[in-house]
Design a protein around this ligand. Sequence first.
Ligand code: GLN
Length: 468
Amino acid sequence: MELYELGIKAAQDGLAKGEFTSTDLVESLIRRYREKNGEIGAYLTFDEEQALALAKANPKSVPIAIKDLINVAGQPCTCASRILQGYVSPYDATVIRNLKANGFIPCGRCNMDEFAMGSSTENSALGVTRNPFDPGRVPGGSSGGSAAAVGADMCIAALGSDTGGSIRQPASFCNCVGVKPSYGRVSRYGVTAFASSLDQVGPMTKSVDDAAILLKALAGRDEMDGTTPDVPVPDYPSAIADADMKGLKIGLPKEYFEVSGMDAEVKRITDEAVRKCEAAGAELVEVSLPHTGYAMAVYYIIAPAEASANLARFDGVRYGHRSAASRDVTSLYLKSRAEGFGPEVKRRIIMGTYVLSSGYYDAYYGRAQKVRTLIKRDFDEAFAKVDVMLTPCAPTPAFKFAELQDPLTMYLNDLFTIPSSLAGVCAASVPAGFTRETKLPVGVQFIAGGYEETTLLKACKAFERIMA
Ligand code: GLN
């Protein structure tokens, strides 16, 4: 076995026993990177020198691959956008500081959809990432590079970010565990903002135990992010050690099982997952999330609105790309942004600016906020009856490059992940099987209430056990 194949737990055990050092781990990952990245494209950049220096200074730490929107001092942070090419972070995001304080080091920058907008990583302006299970298919997105790195054993584990499904959907496409923590559980300080009321960083790993270990390191109150409450962080790994399906109350939201256009193999795998949970002693309860049908519309008002404000800072003055063709300050802004942003980012900025404009604010943004409250209430009511919910994660397995041409069809990929993001609760994707003919991985989604990560991870671990 090669060291790059290890997960976090195995790597920590080996380090503790003195079987190898961090430098050995990083050297193994560098070999793997050189051999595999040309084909998979999981990483945009991999600073071998910095990784080796960090490993040497922290000989018992585990290297973690980082999505290219999280700031690491001295590293590029491009968000896979031309507008941030050449930018070097002056500081560490809180999640990176937390990693370092808990025996991890950042290692490599993973590709993504530009500014995390997309579901296939095809919106990256800086490179192509391929699905490790079929190079003709996408890895999912927006955290496609992180998912591909985990799925192709090009890292021990990775960090992704999820605004409406960007950890969970690529995890499903690349056979990894992906956890979107409850809103506020993990600090966003130093994480390039897409939609601030939705963004969360989370683990993408080879096992549920690894996700628990990594989440414990990431989570907690941060003075630099006012949306992180002072809720104690449980010791997730030990809290889930005795996870068991027996007696678990699993809600099946009926709206998620009545969707048209769902792939037949995804349906089969999800139905089988449900049956296996029941056979292992879980109690199935049908629940209803009646406002599910409005979630896409609400998301595509709120997320672009917040994005249009967040992306205003990229003006050619303070960060990254500055147009050489500008004559005055106005043309500097216009040309730098026109040259620097890709088509999907521009589409979101235009939508966001429109829904926030004074004439339409109440009709769109104000209304969307009200419906968001109703969606959140649906979840509160369901969680009064059940411990977790089990749903499909994405309506299809990994699709082919250029298969989804129209932006609206692409948006529909997040049908099952967006409502829980709007509600601010926690959710995860766990591997559930493979399609029969195409042999593509498919994950199912577990959802738990706000700050119920222990319950969520317990269900995921119990599921992982019965699938083993
Ligand atoms: N695919 C969704 C979007 O494009 C979600 C992205 C995300 O979670 N970052 O907005």
